[in-house]
Design a protein around this ligand. Sequence first.
Ligand code: DUC
Ligand code: ZN
Ligand code: ZN
Ligand code: ZN
Length: 464
Amino acid sequence: MSILLKGGIVVSAEGRRKVDVRIDGEIISEIGTNLAIDNSEVEDVSGCYLLPGFIDAHTHLELNNGKGSIGTADNFTTGSRAAVAKGTTAVIDMATPSKGTSLKQCLTDWNRLAEGNSFCDYTYHMSIIEWNKAISSEIKEMIDEGITSFKMYMAYDNLRTTDAEIFEAMTEIKKYNGMLGIHCENGDMVNEMIAKFVREGKLTPHYHPLTRPDSVEAEAVERYLMIADLAGLPVNIVHLSTARSLAAVRRARARGQKLFVETCPQYLVLDDHLYDGPDFEGAKYVCSPPLRSKKDQEVLWEGVMDGSIDTISTDHCSFNFEGQKTLGKDDFSKIPNGMPGVETRPELIYTYGVTTGKITLERMVELLSEGIAKQFHLFPQKGIIQKGSHADIVIWNPDTKGVISAKTQIQTVDYTPFDGMETKGSAQAVYLRGKKVAENGQCIAEMEGKFIHRKIVKESINPC
Ligand code: DUC
Ligand code: ZN
Ligand code: ZN
Ligand code: ZN
């Protein structure tokens, strides 16, 4: 039997329409005004917006941080449960191999982690942490397997490659019109500043952001964009966090370069005074790049508003405060980097972006779903509510009020960096490929998330 969502307002990046939506099986079969009930099961969604299922293009649901084998607090099951509960119906997780592991093996490993263990749909960015003939020959293989995007690092000694290797990887990826995202920080400078503070006995979380100032990110962004320009590849800058980096992006675009920019909710709603919290509280906010100044926050919001920033994803990488973050109690450089966020992104962006008038709901849909789907070859299967697309639909109630709390969150981690923040609006129900998977903030389904095989369609790349 089909499902008829009646009386809601369907929102896309282009606008909003008061129309009914019929779902047959996994697919949206009909959209129109006053659709006949026929044999459909009717759900009255009047007063609500119908938004395409949100896509989080940057999660580390299962990551070993390379510092003494610390695994993330969440895994595919708990992370995806938190995702769907609040409206995220697909994630693009960072598949991260260890040194000496082939990309094919890493793909097998990630499939083993995700298959049958995910409440939401998923795919991966394949991380390239070393470059050689064998890895180079695997790029096409990955694309044929449906993995059309890659990730590289300019910082973290266990993950980073040289500029020459980045250039070679770009050249190979360009042959197939793949997408490359990069963690932009100058790794040498970070190492140097960590060593200096440690030498001086400056060991509290206060020093974490001082080892990774805005110049460390902006220099890497600028260098990466120059390398991409040489290679002729449109690239993605992940978790851009500073005004200086955004200025570099604008300069690149002004000279005609095509690129994409992602930021994360933490850089929009939190700032660096949190590193000075009492006791060891600052450790909760240790992520890289670090939280920035209020001024950076303002400039990032401007970027979100004027289109310089294309997408918002989370960089969800959760470590417990007790027993994991506390490993760095005597030395901030031993605090595992990362924070949870896959659960809270929709409510944070709606509350602090849409209800404040900074962005429209249409823009939120673009930033959290449609734009991501287009950039990463998930469109029009995902990212839009239209006939023939997956019925991934968030029934968004704009009238609810809430407070983010570690006590009530679904994520399996012992804190949230957004604790105590008030929210407005929330997912009243969530459909994943036609099946209701969440209601009133709780996941109500089985783990039926599927791997999404992506195919490169060149026309879908449309950077602003
Ligand atoms: N930064 C983090 O804080 N955690 C995961 C990886 C990253 O780049
Ligand atoms: Zn990163
Ligand atoms: Zn401080
Ligand atoms: Zn990341």
